[in-house]
Ligand binder design. Sequence first.
Ligand SMILES: Cc1cc2nc3c(=O)[nH]c(=O)nc-3n(C[C@H](O)[C@H](O)[C@H](O)COP(=O)(O)OP(=O)(O)OC[C@H]3O[C@@H](n4cnc5c(N)ncnc54)[C@H](O)[C@@H]3O)c2cc1C
Length: 360
Amino acid sequence: MHSVDAVVAGAGIWGCTVARRLAELGRSVLVLDRREAVGGNVRCETDPSTGIEIHLYGSHIFHTHIPEVWEFVNRFVRFNGYQHKVLARYCGRTYFLPLGLALINKFFGTELSPGEVEEFMKDEAHASAVFDAFFRGYTSKQWGRPPEQIDPSIIKRVPVRSNYDVNYFNDHCQGIPLSGYNSLFERLLDHPSITVRLGAELRLEGGVFKVGGDVLPAVPVYYSGPVDALFGCRFGHLPWRSLRFETEWLDVADYQGTSVVNYTEADVPYTRIHEFKHYHPENAAAMSARRTVVMREYPCEWKPGDEPYYPVDCEESRALLSRYREEAAKVRGLVVGGRLGGYRYFDMDRSVEAALSLPL
Ligand SMILES: Cc1cc2nc3c(=O)[nH]c(=O)nc-3n(C[C@H](O)[C@H](O)[C@H](O)COP(=O)(O)OP(=O)(O)OC[C@H]3O[C@@H](n4cnc5c(N)ncnc54)[C@H](O)[C@@H]3O)c2cc1C
């Protein structure tokens, strides 16, 4: 192994941003990932029959209001300006999320004006009806709890828009890389001072970092894998919710007319259907192909060995996390970050922001 100044373990968006910064500071960086490909959970695959970009770990839309983050990612890729909209299917009818005039007027058959909607939604009966239809079933599927255990006060925290704006995110910088997500990672890592090793899992054994049969040199290690796994889960496993995806190729030009539809009823076993061609309206060949790719998303229990998706925030997990954090703080030169290391849900822009603000 030639000389390295730093090791980055985990080639997701956090790790690749850290690696790029280190390389631009003149350091020689070894990037490891236990998978056979870079990109972490933002990894995509292009369907050879249609050219459709399939998001392997569920839909990913880049959105931010942080200028430094937008500027940074735009150094590597251009974005197509896609604006995310989410529809919700309930009792055979389709509604625009988020909770705003479009949804409320369609659901109640009203013609409320912007000035009337807030007062209307203060009525307990209206709020409960909306909660039951759009949030209770969906949230219970997402978190694996019976609908009765879902607290109706959640609705109080859901912002109500008093207009017909159906953009899902408030961020004005939004889009999907024109050249695909994978190109973002390939370009981030395309630097003479960066070496990438795939199928390479970082381990900590007897106080030394190892990969395969090699002992790594005593240099700073930036790790974005699960924090408990680094310590052999010696205090127990941090709990996660997992997802199962079912992909289907259909001989129709357009299955649902949009990229994401949420299925909000508790007895529909999946939460969402993704139809990926809609993320690239500029891809005329894929858009006009009489074939499409859809993916159903099923939330499920997590057990060791499954893909971790959403951290479960509870008293036990917080206590466990602080024990692992204490362990990590004792390891010289170790910096733990990213969604798995931090045991936090991060959007991509927040991961980039965290990586950009890390003192190196
Ligand atoms: C279902 C879902 C949908 C999402 N949609 C969006 C969205 O629309 N927009 C958005 O902004 N964000 C979205 N996110 C969040 C986004 O996925 C994260 O922000 C992003 O993946 C975080 O990047 P990361 O580098 O921290 O982690 P990851 O992408 O998980 O990368 C971590 C990498 O570390 C590797 N690794 C783990 N252990 C080791 C080890 N011991 N040695 C070497 N490598 C290791 C893993 O193989 C992985 O490649 C979504 C998340 C989920 C769960």
